[in-house]
Ligand binder design. Structure first.
Ligand code: MN
Ligand code: MN
Length: 396
């Protein structure tokens, strides 16, 4: 039956015909939102390996409403906008120099990355000791549930930062604001609570009914003065609510990139873990999965694509750009490939005190050889060529 076997040339002819048919079939007379289809070429023209009805795992702060007030703005991606992310919500906020994010707290834990500029943080720990600290680009902070805090932009140009909360239902519009709360306590009760005359509180009751939230004031004085003023007889808190990620050595480094992992092992206060990943042009964050938590991603620089495999033949590929948010359900296999000519930089966030990932390469090189070659239909030589180490970012 040798006549049925296709020569290599014949197979390539068939490939050409089917490619021509495919090109014809995927034409799109429109209407089309070119801005959106152009930013995700892999979403618009999926690789042939994509298949099935995968849930949406792309979103972007760039399409979110910005609540702009004197002093800055905020925007968010919560479960309302991004249904797949039930356990993590993100907020992106900008404060001008002197702009204040009002003193407040919330039930969710708050993890943050400073994206640019400089800010002053204040807080009170669970033992009621004060914290005041200035943070710069590349710093992280973490405030546990109920810890009251504020953020104020400093000179010369305020700041911008990303907040990650361990609850997809979190909203910046539903936090306990100092002025919102007190504005809704009977004046004579608040006067009695503090032992001050009612009239001394008149101006407090003129703030907007929903509180100040973000407002413009002058920049604060030297940090040391604020620290001295708030220490009181309890002293300042020994709790490190901030972490200088910008001065941390990479946890993993290859010729194709760097990964920095920050979790409760090096940042004890946090219950949210992070991997900060740099993938150089031509590099690939290797095929892997996370056994312990869902992954919420934020893209900082460059362009990349990710395919998420949702089991049962369902897979989808999307492109990611700065300001975008991605998501991978717990245990689902994925990779992230740099598709541009500049570094791709993103963070992977997890609602867990510890970061864990499992590498496809490490798995298949640490199982009985016959078992793996029987599954993958590859030769032992090919199996031996696979990196045994699990390189995180490849080629290594
Ligand atoms: Mn907060
Ligand atoms: Mn991952």
């Amino acid at each position: 039956m040798a006549g049925l076997a296709l020569s290599r040339a014949q197979a390539q002819d068939i490939e050409k015909v089917s490619q021509a048919q495919h090109d014809k079939s995927m034409t799109d007379p429109g209407p089309e939102n070119k801005g959106l289809s152009d930013i995700s070429p892999n979403g618009f023209v999926p690789p042939p390996t994509d298949h099935g009805e995968a849930p949406e795992f792309w979103n972007s702060f760039s399409i979110a409403h910005r609540r702009i007030q004197p002093g800055g703005w905020t925007r968010q991606v919560t479960v309302e906008d991004f249904p797949i992310s039930k356990d993590i919500a993100g907020v992106n906020m900008r404060l001008t120099a002197g702009g204040i994010r009002e003193l407040h707290w919330h039930e969710a834990a708050e993890w943050a990355l400073m994206l640019s500029g400089k800010a002053r943080l204040t807080a009170l720990d669970y033992e009621q000791r004060a914290y005041v600290k200035d943070v710069v680009q590349g710093d992280l902070w973490f405030f546990p549930p109920g810890v009251p805090h504020s953020i104020q932009g400093l000179e010369p140009d305020g700041c911008e930062f990303l907040l990650v909360f361990d609850n997809g239902n979190f909203s910046e519009g539903n936090t306990t604001l100092l002025t919102d709360w007190l504005r809704h306590v009977p004046r004579e009760v608040l006067a009695k609570n503090w032992g001050v005359p009612d009239q001394a509180l008149n101006d407090l009751y003129t703030v907007p009914a929903e509180g100040l939230f973000i407002f413009q004031k002058g920049v604060p004085g030297p940090l040391a003065d604020d620290q001295h003023a708030v220490a009181g007889d309890k002293g300042l808190t020994p709790v490190a609510f901030d972490f200088p990620m910008h001065s941390m050595d990479p946890t993993f480094k290859t010729k194709s990139g760097e990964v920095r992992i920050v979790d409760s092992r090096n940042f004890p206060v946090t219950t949210i873990s992070m991997a900060h990943v740099i993938v150089k042009p031509g590099g690939l964050r290797e095929l892997h999965w996370h056994p312990n938590a869902n992954e919420w991603q934020y893209y900082l620089e460059g362009t990349g694509r990710m395919t998420v495999f949702f089991t049962a033949a369902k897979a989808r590929t999307m492109d990611f750009n700065p300001g975008d948010v991605g998501y991978v359900p717990q245990t689902f296999g994925h990779y992230i490939e740099n598709t541009g000519d500049k570094d791709l930089i993103f963070i992977e966030m997890f609602k867990d005190v510890r970061y864990h990932d499992l590498s496809l390469s490490t798995w298949v090189t640490h199982a009985p050889e016959q078992l793996i070659t029987d599954h993958l239909r590859i030769t032992p030589e090919t199996l031996h060529a696979i990196p045994r180490g699990g390189s995180t970012v490849v080629p290594s």
